[in-house]
Design a protein around this ligand. Sequence first.
Ligand code: ZN
Length: 129
Amino acid sequence: MIALEKVSLTVDELEAVRLKDLKGLDQEEAAVTMKVSQPTFHRILESAHHKIADGLVKGKAIRIEGGDYMIWKGERLFKCCDCQSRWKEPFGTARPVNCPKCKGTNIHRAAQDRGHVRASRKVGARLET
Ligand SMILES: [Zn+2]
């Protein structure tokens, strides 16, 4: 079996790239969003860019490893006010009109879940497969 060489990005590095390169935040905004100092953010981003470049140029697999930051989970949490059931819908889908349990229409977006989840080693492992 031939194992592909890997470069491992931490969740922090992935988040730095997402904020700076994908969302287009400036370094100051991105640092504030990640609750780190600007020099720290700069260091994380540099490291991420180096790893991504290494992976692209040398054809290595890029995987994500656990870090200590929140990552976007891509889910919205809804709550039914009739039967109190809660469920999740992925982003990009239409807002549900009926509760999947009682078919009631008295449903609300649950405010305490903003789609963020604490990143863990488990998340890294799942992204890798
Ligand atoms: Zn219900």
